[in-house]
Every structure is written in C-alpha cells, then in structure tokens.
Design a protein around this ligand. Structure first.
Ligand code: UDP
Ligand code: MN
Length: 260
C-alpha cells in the first residue's frame, strides 16, 4: 500500500528525493530475526519519517539464519559490507527494528563525531541509563566505522556489542555526540526481555586491546538469500562462528605474550 502511494520508493527500499539535496546518502542497517510484526511497523513508519527529511536512503534488513544466539554486532558488519556492494553510502545508521523516532528534528545524518541517536526512549523513562550507552540507533560515517574496525563479532546473545563499539570509537579518538534529549525521543515496540549473555563482561574487558585485530577485518559469513522487496533490501546471512574462535586464540596469545 505504501509503495503504491509512494512510487518514489524504489524496489529494495531506496528513496531518492526529487530535488537537489546536500545531505548524506544514508544506509539504514537493521539487525533482524523473528520480529515480523515489528518489521512491518518499522518499514511503514521509517519510510514516512525518512522521506520527510529529504535525503537519499536505503533500508537493509540483515537477518541472521539459523538458531544460534543472536549476534547483533556481526549482523551490523554484514550490513555495512553488503550495502556497500549496492551503492556508495556516506553515512550508516545502525538501527534496532523496534525503535521509532518521535521527533523530525532527529536528523538521520552523520557528523564529524559518531552519534548515538536513541538517547531518550519511552521504555527507559526517556532517560539515559548510563553515560556511555551506545545501543539502539547510532550514526557513523564510513570513516568512523572502518577506523573502529566495525563492531566486534564476539558477542553471541544479548548485550555487550554496543558498549564495545563505544570503546572502539573512543580508542580512535572519537567522542560520541547526542542530540538534545527532547529531540532524541523514541518509542520502543514491546517485546519480552532477552536473557543477557553472561559472558559479555569478560569479553568487553579486553575490547580495547583486541579491536584492531577483530571486527570487520575478521568477519566470516555467507549470504544465503538476497531479495529486493518493495520497501527494503532483505539479506539473510549465515554467520560463521570461526570468527569468534579465531580471535579467542589471538586473545590468548596476546595475554600470554603481552603483545599489546
Ligand atoms: N533482534 C531481533 N531478533 C532477536 C533479537 C534481537 O531482530 O531475536 C534485533 C532487533 O532489531 C532488536 C535488536 O536486535 O530491536 C535489539 O534486541 P532487543 O530489542 O531484544 O534488545 P533491547 O530492547 O534490550 O535493547
Ligand atoms: Mn528492543
């Protein structure tokens, strides 16, 4: 229905505004598995929201195949690399499927510093739970993301990968910015709370030591399906756990040998 009303949304969920715009061309990367209801609401809402901002954008839904614990970070890395094969995106917005921005002043663009967009969420009483939070929805340029070596691939299950990313960016000299809390408002579609991954803390402890050796540079995956739907590009990827195993042995070597 939305596509019929808005023929300017091209197949794959790409939108190109009719008049000249100086805004960044943005890839919206969404990690996904088994949230069908959220996905249809998200697509409808986001196209309406983003079209009003009049920038060129594409929506990429990156679905994890199989039943292993969800790996949000790895899916972001896959989305970054795969979207690049389909266009020259200047800005990447990594976005949970259940978050809907509530204020049009929340510009979906990148800046000199990475931006944490979803600072003020209704389910968190519109407050930041802690200062360095970097989950939900974030915006990074190609340079910011690649300098951080992307997300870590080591977090299977809920939690850690977002804090890890914050640390990567910090180590590269970036200082995360946010819009004002009155602008960065979101509603989160309801879902049951996931069980946190109990291993996330020890992995996070050596995040700053290993990030250059692990992340985008060590990603292993296979695209098993790629479909250009009317409102989005759908990529189903099989994530290779080899990535995690490789780095575990690296980490052990580093600690023993004191390489870093
Ligand atoms: N996600 C998903 N399926 C899952 C788990 C996570 O699609 O089984 C994606 C989805 O985009 C979701 C995001 O990962 O919004 C973050 O997970 P979740 O919403 O469970 O975390 P929280 O709300 O606690 O940040
Ligand atoms: Mn959520």
């Amino acid at each position: 229905m939305l596509a019929r009303k808005h023929p300017e949304i091209r197949k794959g969920g790409w939108y190109v505004p009719s008049n000249f715009t100086k805004l960044h061309k943005v890839a919206i990367i969404v990690p996904y598995r088994d949230r069908k209801k959220h996905l249809s609401i998200f697509l409808y809402y986001m196209h309406m929201f983003l079209m009003k901002q009049r920038m060129e954008y594409g929506i990429f839904i990156i679905e994890q195949a199989g039943t292993r614990p969800f790996n949000r970070g790895m899916l972001m890395n896959v989305g970054f690399l795969e979207s690049q094969k389909m266009g020259t995106w200047e800005c990447f917005i990594f976005h949970d499927v259940d978050l809907l921005p509530l204020d049009q002043r929340n510009l979906y663009q990148c800046a000199k510093q990475p931006r944490h967009l979803s600072a003020s969420i209704d389910s968190m009483a519109y407050k930041l739970p802690y200062g360095h939070i970097f989950g939900g929805a974030t915006a990074m340029t190609l340079e910011q993301f690649t300098k951080a070596n992307g997300f870590s691939n080591r977090y299977w299950g809920w939690g850690g990968e977002d804090d890890d990313m914050y640390r990567r960016l910090w180590m590269m000299g970036y200082r995360v910015k946010r819009y004002d809390m009155s602008i960065a408002r979101y509603t989160m579609l309801s879902h049951s709370e996931a069980e946190p991954n109990p291993k996330r803390r020890p992995i996070l402890e050596n995040a700053t030591k290993v990030f250059k050796e692990e992340g985008l540079s060590t990603l292993h995956y296979e695209v098993i399906e790629l479909t250009w739907h009317q409102l989005y590009t759908h990529i189903i990827a099989k994530l290779d756990e080899k990535t995690t195993v490789d780095i575990r042995s690296n980490v052990a070597n580093m600690t023993v040998g004191g390489k870093m």
